[in-house]
Design a protein around this ligand. Structure first.
Ligand code: GLN
Length: 506
């Protein structure tokens, strides 16, 4: 351990939860500057190995921390996360601070404005330490598609930390920040959470503003919180969520009472559905074993657990890999070398069209190009109905399966991802194998409901974290936290807090 700061009871500052950190700052036991410096020192000590960050904003973070300390000194009331450090996925624009989306095409771009999420974090006094690594344009499940090199999983640096938000999950699992932000189009918050033993939530579609969040697939993209505990995720959820007039798909309704739910975990009298489709070939034995134990834990806590049939979920992956690439091919057309980022061939001998083509050729990686081509094909006249149109019909069927299921149960559960963290390189040249990592997470994106992944023990065969997924109906995000907090408390009693006690120190 390289912590330079300890609290009065000797706990390392970097091991505190966000809730504990905020309380110690509010009481004056710690200053926001001390907390920020402890995390910057941790980044300095371990991030060369982990590579969670693409950019560390040392000065910006310390300035924000000083502002929080000044506010406290002036007797002003601090918000629930004031002074708490956070790692921000490099898909959210940050005024004057590099935003690359993991792509060479935006290398060197300094956004002229803050995303709504960035702005809300700053307004809440959250200290943004820097921007985290990700698969290019959030396309991937391992962070290996980043143009800036992969991130290691803090449990085993030779393995993937999940993706696309592997930098965010690795940052919190290696105690470089207690909080992070991710985005989830098909699983990129939940799958990284599962394989790093952390908590990740995809809020209801429209629950968190997409303004200033670089678009991949606009009808699926959703920002959300990443943390080491359910309560911390809820505190962050509340800060970042809520209606935003700058996002036309933002839900104009009160934020579900997530913090209250996280403080009152309980499943007594609840009906919980196991999705029948999320089991079988391709699921690691240890993942299913831990999942079955979680079901027993839920029964022991007083829930009624039943099996639920969602037959259209078998088609979700195929529908996703038509819809997401189609929307991406349209969204990424704006990277034309004229407005921002990389420009290749601007030497007076090339036409504007050639400059655009040369820049896109040099600036986009293989997976992004694969998706643009797939999407362009699926949207082309003559094929539109056969591909994109059919995928949209499947999407409706999936939504109906959810509606039928939520007529019978309060929440659904499944493993978050079929296996634990796989070795870096293992699936890098096999897109189909990579796509399978999101088998269980994609239906919630297609239907727009809320879903969480939380730690569910370690797989016996490899000692790596397993994730439990909870899915709730749209705008019932609080149910995730109510159930999640109950399960978390039961697991901590059973195994201790494994991330804090067993996670290998770097
Ligand atoms: N892994 C999925 C994909 O590659 C999901 C990515 C995401 O949620 N951003 O599209």
């Amino acid at each position: 351990m390289t912590d330079s700061t300890a609290t009065t009871d000797g706990t390392a500052v970097i091991r505190l939860t966000a809730a504990e950190t905020a309380a110690k700052i509010a009481s004056g036991e710690l200053t926001a500057v001390e907390v920020t410096e402890a995390h910057l020192a941790r980044i300095e000590a371990v991030d060369e190995k982990v590579h969670a960050f693409l950019h560390v904003d040392r000065e910006g973070a310390l300035a924000q921390a000083r502002a929080v300390d000044a506010k406290r000194a002036a007797g002003e009331k601090l918000g629930p996360l004031a002074g708490v450090p956070l790692a921000l996925k490099d898909i959210f624009t940050t005024e004057g601070v590099p935003t690359t989306v993991g792509s060479k095409i935006l290398e060197g771009w300094l956004p002229p404005y803050d995303a709504t999420v960035t702005k809300r974090l700053k307004d809440a006094g959250v200290v943004i330490l820097g921007k985290t690594n990700m698969d290019e344009f959030a396309m991937g499940s391992s962070t290996e598609n980043s143009a800036y090199g992969p991130t290691g999983n803090p449990w085993d640096l030779t393995r993937i930390p999940g993706g696309s938000g592997g930098g965010s999950s690795a940052a919190i699992a290696s105690f470089q920040a207690p909080l992070a932000i991710g985005t989830d189009t098909g699983g990129s918050i939940r799958q990284p959470a599962a394989v790093t033993g952390t908590v990740g939530v995809k809020p209801t579609y429209g629950g968190v503003s997409r303004y200033g969040m670089v678009a991949f697939s606009s009808s699926l993209d959703q920002g959300g919180p990443c943390a080491r505990t359910v309560l911390d995720a809820a505190l962050l959820h509340e800060v970042m969520a809520g209606h935003d007039p700058l996002d036309s798909t933002s839900v104009d309704a009160p934020v579900p009472p997530v913090v209250e739910a996280a403080r009152n975990g309980s499943v007594t009298g609840m009906r919980i559905g196991i999705v029948k489709q999320f089991r079988g070939d391709g699921y690691q034995a240890g993942v299913l074993q831990r999942f079955d134990e979680a079901v027993e834990v839920l029964r022991g806590l007083g829930a009624e657990v039943v099996e639920v049939d969602c037959p259209s979920f078998d088609l979700a992956l195929s529908a996703y890999y038509l819809i997401a690439p189609s929307e991406c091919s349209s969204n990424l057309a704006r990277f034309d070398a004229m407005r921002y980022g990389l420009r290749v061939g601007d030497d007076g001998t090339h036409s504007a069209e050639d400059v655009t083509a040369l820049s896109r050729e040099a600036g986009f990686g293989d997976e992004v190009k694969r998706r643009i081509m797939l999407g362009t094909y699926a949207l082309s006249s003559g094929y539109y109905d056969a591909y994109y149109g059919s995928a949209q019909k499947v999407r409706t069927l999936i939504t109906r399966d959810f509606e039928a299921a939520f007529g019978q149960v309060d929440v659904l559960i499944s493993p978050t991802t079929p296996t634990t963290a796989f070795p870096i390189g293992e699936r890098a040249d096999d897109p189909m194998a990579m796509y399978l990592a999101d088998l269980c997470t994609i239906p919630a994106n297609l239907a727009g409901n809320a879903a969480m992944s939380l730690p569910c023990g370690l797989a016996p065969e490899d000692g790596l974290p397993v994730g439990l997924q909870i899915i709730a109906p749209a705008m019932k995000d609080d149910r995730l936290y109510q159930v999640g907090a109950a399960v978390e408390a039961a697991f901590v009693e059973k195994w201790g807090h494994q991330l804090i006690e067993e996670a290998p120190s770097l």
